[in-house]
Design a protein around this ligand. Structure first.
Ligand code: ADP
Ligand code: MG
Length: 610
């Protein structure tokens, strides 16, 4: 039989490699930025169009490439960074596999312009799907510019698989920050569709973090510093009282490379023990340096996971260092006034009971009904008497199921059978969580939080699509600080938020100023509502949601809904009951959870029979 094994042509091999390296526009951003850093640039510009689907360009002022190197850089396993196998274990630069440019060029149109400082002219190369289209000389500044256009032009399946611009932009921002956070002395500029997203001047680590997170970050940071024979940790964690409801900015860098590690994350969370409520998350920026030969960073193609030789030691050290620093931060004010020598021994803080409890910002007794007598909305008010009559059946000819919305009918019909005799209408609140009510067939338990989510969700959706927005005007505008990426996102969804009833008086670099809110929004919960919103929109809730508008309505409904644990008077309880069954889909929350359960008289009787 003839030989059947063939070597794959280079362009096919490159495309296969590209599948690992280039997963989405953000992966290209990461590779190009890292190359620019490795090239010794002091100034790096990132330009994006259409969430990277149309253009990703990185311009640096680094060492540039010779003509031969420029040509070679697109070959697979072409790298200036390793020469022999041992080098793999001793890397201090970012890239090391010489695969990035070859992979990118296999799946996009790439234009390279590069010049070394001592040369008059530079090299210009255009390459499409691994094939060189043009090579020539060009007058260009010292450094390198690589423009990647039409990513995945030759792999339509991949291209179609890309997420919405919002989601892809988010990934790009993430990669950008990860690089910018490790290189505070390099200046980074980021333009999205020709407008400036962020301009990070050359600075130090603390200022870089503040520049990225914006506003009052500086006062929230607690410095971390520890060095032993085998490792060094520096960076910042946030003070417990600034912990977030959502997992916020949590960064580990190992030897200047961003990594994910749930194990090390656990060490940090552990260090906050007793300082945070269960649903609060600290932010951290931790830079760990270990001898390169004690880690293996190559176990994952996108290189965000890592294996440590001394994992447990690192865990213990991180935990105690962070704990110690948090403790010092807590005793620091005492030290200033009262120089008690024993307090100078840092670990003593453990035994002292002066660690402040975190300030929880949620007001558990907040009751949206107090600001407004009723949350009954215009059109719904008109229909409610029909519902009421259906329920109470005091008035014999008041039952009129046909007048209820079709979807609502399905449920209400089952529940409130019209043929039975009179019942007394009454609701009870059980454990400040359920609204109990007697219905014809038995009893119903309504989860007040989930039911209110459903009510708000349908109401918001109607408002957002019908354009008859009602806002409560604020006497004093409310100012909130956000990260750049949150601001960017806010601008993208601004019009949807306005139709929900938010009024923006300005959205600037890191500050959102609101002059009006939807009715029922508690101003003290705004920060939480927005954090939750940005997080949800970013995650993009796949499948279950149809549109961004829908996602926004869901998220707002969830964070605005009356909480469990809030006491409701009987008018409020009835209001929930009534509004819920006027909804189109009363039986589930916007996130698909049951809003109520019923127990029939037979079921109750059965319990007595057994
Ligand atoms: P790696 O970074 O793993 O070496 P890449 O495919 O990313 O592999 O890059 C290949 C080579 O191209 C690099 O080793 C470097 O010599 C050169 N190169 C890439 N980008 C730049 C740049 N911005 N400036 C100078 N040289 C670069
Ligand atoms: Mg590289």
């Amino acid at each position: 039989m003839a030989d059947i094994i063939q070597l794959l042509p280079d362009n096919v091999a490159n495309q296969i490699a590209a599948g690992e390296v280039v997963q989405r526009p953000a992966s290209v951003v990461k590779e190009l930025l890292e190359n620019a850093v490795d090239a010794g640039a002091t100034e790096i510009k990132l330009l994006i169009k259409d969430a990277g689907k149309t253009l990703i360009q990185v311009i640096d002022n680094g060492i540039g490439m010779s003509t031969t190197d420029a040509r070679l850089s697109f070959e697979r396993h072409a790298t200036s960074k390793i020469k022999k196998a041992e080098d793999l274990f001793n890397l201090h630069t970012k890239g090391f596999r010489g695969e990035a440019l070859a992979s990118i060029a296999a799946v996009a149109h790439v234009e390279l312009k590069t010049k070394q400082a001592e040369k008059e002219l530079g090299t210009h190369i255009r390459i499409e799907g691994s094939l060189i289209q043009y090579q020539g000389v060009i007058s260009t500044p010292t450094g390198t510019s690589i423009a990647v256009k039409n990513l995945f032009f030759n792999i339509p399946a991949r291209r179609n698989f890309l997420k919405s611009n919002t989601v892809e932009n988010r990934h790009i921002m993430d990669e950008f920050y990860r690089v910018a956070l490790v290189h505070p002395t390099i200046s980074f500029m980021f333009y999205n569709n020709d407008s400036e997203v962020i301009n990070l001047k050359e600075s130090n680590l603390r200022k870089r973090i503040v520049a990225i997170l914006g506003g009052k970050t500086n006062e929230k940071l607690v410095p971390i510093e520890e060095e032993t024979d085998i490792m060094k940790v520096e960076g910042f964690v946030t003070k417990p009282e600034f912990a977030k409801k959502k997992r916020g900015e949590q960064y580990f860098f190992v030897n200047n490379r961003f990594i994910k590690s749930s194990y090390l994350h656990h060490a940090i969370v552990n260090a906050y023990e007793g300082l945070l409520a269960a649903d609060q998350h600290p932010s951290y920026f931790l830079y760990i340096t270990v001898p390169p030969e004690t880690i293996d960073i190559n176990i994952h193609p996108t290189k965000t996971e890592i294996k440590f030789e001394n994992e447990q030691l690192l865990y213990a050290m991180l935990r105690s260092t962070v704990k110690h620093s948090l403790g010092q931060y807590n005793v620091a004010p005492v030290l200033d006034f009262d120089r008690d020598a024993t307090m100078d021994i840092p670990y003593h803080y453990k035994d002292k009971k002066n660690i402040q409890a975190p300030k929880i910002q949620v007001d558990p007794s907040f009751n949206p009904f107090e600001t407004e007598k009723s949350f009954r909305q215009g059109e719904k008010k008109e229909t409610s008497p029909k519902w009421e009559s259906l329920y109470v059946s005091v008035d014999d000819d008041a039952i009129n199921i046909k007048d209820i919305d079709v979807e609502a009918q399905l449920v209400t019909k089952e529940l409130f059978d019209e043929s039975t005799t009179e019942i007394v209408r009454k609701t009870y609140q059980v454990h400040q969580k359920y609204i109990l009510s007697v219905i014809k067939s038995g009893v119903v338990f309504i989860n007040q939080n989930l039911a209110h989510q459903r009510i708000l969700y349908e109401d918001l959706l109607t408002k957002m699509t019908l354009e008859d927005t009602v806002s409560q005007q604020l006497l004093f505008p409310i100012e909130m600080i956000f990260t750049n990426s949150d601001i960017l996102l806010c601008k993208e969804i601004q019009s949807d938020l306005e139709s929900a009833g938010f009024q923006f008086s300005s959205i600037s670099k890191d500050t959102i100023i609101l002059s009006g809110l939807p009715v029922h929004v508690n101003p003290s919960e705004l920060q939480y509502i927005f954090e939750e919103l940005f997080e949800t929109v970013r995650r993009g809730i796949p499948e279950s949601s149809f549109s961004q508008l829908d996602i926004i309505a869901k998220s707002l409904a969830k964070s605005m809904a009356i909480r469990n644990g809030v006491k409701l008077n009987s008018a409020e309880q009835e209001e929930i009951l009534e509004q819920l069954f006027l909804c189109k889909e009363p039986n589930q929350s916007p996130f698909g959870k049951k809003t109520f359960i019923t127990l029939t008289s037979e079921e109750i009787q059965l319990k007595f029979d057994h």
